[in-house]
Design a protein around this ligand. Structure first.
Ligand SMILES: CC(C)(COP(=O)(O)OP(=O)(O)OC[C@H]1O[C@@H](n2cnc3c(N)ncnc32)[C@H](O)[C@@H]1OP(=O)(O)O)[C@@H](O)C(=O)NCCC(=O)NCCS
Length: 160
């Protein structure tokens, strides 16, 4: 991996072009505006290589009724430009977001509708599948994935 990368908080609108290129190529960019993008508590991370935005991920404050955790975030729009895939940038985005969420909340929970083609990536980061696969119209097959992001404090409580 290049040593000149940085990860920063970015606005929702700064993610749209990259989301469009990677996740909805050839489709109107308006398909890349996600519900909750600008909601309070939602945040967006960008990874830059020499000031070029090469990957994005969004963390929307949104609860899934299938889960009963109080603090839930939904990962959306995880995308790394094709030339930069497989170099660890997606992992960096995910780890940075997990750390931020754990710093700010006790026992948070992260879930998302994962493309089935990306489940191995998420499983490497400790995420589990939930329920059956389903088709997102015009995109591809998805499955819900989740991870309980236990804070150090709660881990400590469990062992005492
Ligand atoms: C999925 C994605 C975000 C992963 O980002 P990345 O920077 O390529 O991933 P990393 O380099 O951090 O990969 C970490 C590990 O996951 C593996 N991995 C990454 N993408 C994978 C995939 N689609 N399928 C299987 N394994 C994958 C890598 O080989 C690597 O394994 P290793 O640690 O054993 O070497 C990126 O490949 C991407 O944008 N894909 C297209 C869009 C997409 O599918 N987004 C997810 C929507 S749910």
């Amino acid at each position: 991996m290049s040593a000149t990368y940085t990860i920063r908080l970015i606005s929702a609108s700064a993610t749209y072009t990259l989301r469009n290129k990677v996740l909805r190529p050839g489709r109107p960019v308006s398909e890349c505006y996600f519900s909750g993008d600008d909601s309070e508590g939602s945040f967006h991370l960008g990874v830059f290589n020499d000031e070029k935005l090469i990957g994005v991920a969004s963390f929307i404050k949104n609860s899934n009724p299938f889960f009963d955790h109080l603090i839930q975030y939904q990962l959306r729009g995880m995308a790394v430009l094709p030339d930069f895939k497989g170099k660890g940038f997606g992992s960096l985005l995910l780890k940075e977001a997990e750390s931020k969420i754990k710093r700010e909340h006790q026992d948070p929970f992260l879930w998302f509708n994962a493309r089935v083609t990306a489940t191995d990536f998420y499983q490497k980061h400790g995420y589990e599948c939930y329920g059956k696969r389903f088709e997102v119209s015009g995109v591809c097959e998805h499955i819900v994935m989740f991870k309980h992001l236990k804070s150090k404090k709660s881990l400590k409580n469990e062992t005492t």
